[in-house]
Design a protein around this ligand. Structure first.
Ligand code: MN
Ligand code: MN
Length: 458
């Protein structure tokens, strides 16, 4: 009997080829799903191909049924109805699809000193200096109002071969002696994070017209998207890193990409459900939400009633009270955690922080300043999850969010636990989390996929 607990890398125990192949699918998803809207579309397409149908209130709900429901283009719930009644609860995974990025403001376009720019407002917790001097692409929608009708126009610039890209410029080191002496939080002010858009004046402008470059940009946007300047008000445009996901390392054991947090959990949570054709014992649900990076508020965030309404509608079809279903349910709050980084050992505590290649990290609590802002899963629940994972031969490990009082943070776990659902955080450790280019281990990604699958089948 092994009396000691030790985190151990699991490469020697897994099907390496299957793991590498799964990572290829994940990389393709990362490149298409860089915003929550794009991620929802990709997941819905995959679910529909495996027989998932849109769920609406009043539909029959039978074992084996596969449903999905999209929440305002930015979130999606998948449900595979199990043999047991919904009164016995659901096996729920909850992950988020939004990621830190640079949002475009509502009156963004201006011209200054011979160049045109967008004003921006960063989204989520970033190190602002990370976003300077890297290629950016533009993604989102413009909703144009014409003759009393709303048309939604998708915008994608910079993701196709040959597309132009965008950039927020940085100062050359030769003139940066003052900048280099500043605190990292002050290296670039948010108001100076303006995105460079162009510099050729319009040919249609009158001689005395001011802002001829801005005019040229508006002409381009009108041509391409049928929009004028006021339509930025009803648009959601974001700049995200323009580089694709790629393998990292001679042995290709890592994936480097934008937005692993939290696609490295939402992708395995969704695909583990979608890929399994067998009707589960309990209804299996994958909940993918938006707005986690800014506090989970709003109609598309985890605090929205959308999830309760959806599950309530499912329950009503089986004559089950929503509250009865919730109290029997179990949830893996599928979000990333920090991976111990040997380059920055001082912020971690080696025994408890998760390590790359040691598998799916189960995190009893997150929070900060004495466990504030966490639901702190019970010992009973931790044991139950351990049993499921061990039973399925999953390599898993414990995790925590760095040294105590080093900082901290939270996940959506508490919002699910507050609904009377037994909830624990389970996710993939990430290096350089919240940087424009994050790194994860393919082994851990694959363990998340297998682990979530075992959980759904429990
Ligand atoms: Mn996250
Ligand atoms: Mn995050």
């Amino acid at each position: 009997m092994d009396l000691c607990y030790e985190k151990k890398p699991g490469w020697d125990k897994l099907d390496k080829q299957a793991c590498m192949e799964y990572a290829e699918g994940y990389k393709a998803f990362l490149d298409t799903g860089k915003t929550e809207r794009d991620a929802v579309e990709a997941i819905v397409a995959r679910a529909e191909a495996k027989g998932y149908r849109p769920f609406t209130r009043g539909m029959n709900v039978q074992p084996g049924d596969k449903f999905y429901q999209v929440n305002r283009h930015k979130g999606v719930i998948l449900a595979h109805i199990g043999h047991a009644s919904l009164a016995d609860g659901v096996r729920l995974t909850a992950a988020h699809l939004d990621a830190p990025r640079i949002d475009i403001r509502t009156v963004p376009l201006y011209e200054q000193d011979g160049m045109a720019y967008f004003k921006t407002h960063y989204y989520g917790g970033i190190k602002k200096y990370h976003w300077l001097a890297i290629p950016l692409e533009l993604r989102g929608v413009v909703c144009v109002c014409k003759d009393g009708k709303v048309t939604r126009v998708p915008v994608h610039v910079g993701d196709k071969p040959g597309d132009p890209k965008f950039v927020i410029t940085d100062l050359l080191p030769h003139l940066a002696s003052e900048q280099m002496g500043k605190k990292a939080t002050e290296v670039i002010k948010a108001e100076n994070m303006n995105v460079l858009l162009g510099s050729i004046p319009s040919e249609h402008a009158e001689k005395d017209d001011k802002d001829k470059i801005k005019r040229a940009i508006l002409e381009y946007l009108n041509d391409a998207y049928g929009m004028s300047e006021v339509d930025f008000l009803s648009a959601e445009l974001s700049c995200v890193p323009a580089f694709p996901a790629c393998d990292i390392g001679f042995d290709r054991s890592f994936v480097g990409a934008y937005g692993h947090d939290d696609r490295v959990c939402s992708y395995p949570a969704a695909t583990a459900l979608i890929d399994d054709d067998e009707t589960p014992a309990h209804t299996a649900v994958c909940l993918l939400v938006d707005k986690e990076e800014i506090g989970s508020d709003g109609v598309t965030g985890m605090q929205s009633r959308h999830f309760d309404t959806f599950l309530g509608d499912l329950c009503r079809a089986q004559d089950v009270l929503l509250d009865a279903c919730l109290e029997q349910s179990v949830c893996l709050s599928a979000d990333v955690c920090n991976a111990y980084d040997p380059n920055f050992p001082d912020v971690s505590e080696g025994r408890n922080d998760a390590r790359v290649n040691c598998g799916l990290a189960i995190i009893k609590y997150t929070g900060a300043r004495g466990k504030s802002g966490t639901s702190d899963a019970s010992a009973e629940l931790m044991a139950r999850i351990r049993c499921i994972l061990d039973g399925a031969g999953i390599t898993w490990q414990t995790g925590q969010l760095g040294r105590v009082d080093q900082g901290g943070g939270g996940t959506v776990a508490m919002y699910l636990a507050n609904r009377n659902i037994d909830t624990v955080d389970a996710g993939v450790p990430v290096l350089s989390m919240h940087a424009p280019f994050e790194t994860i281990s393919k082994h851990d990604l694959y363990m998340a996929y297998l682990g979530f699958g075992a959980f759904y089948r429990d």
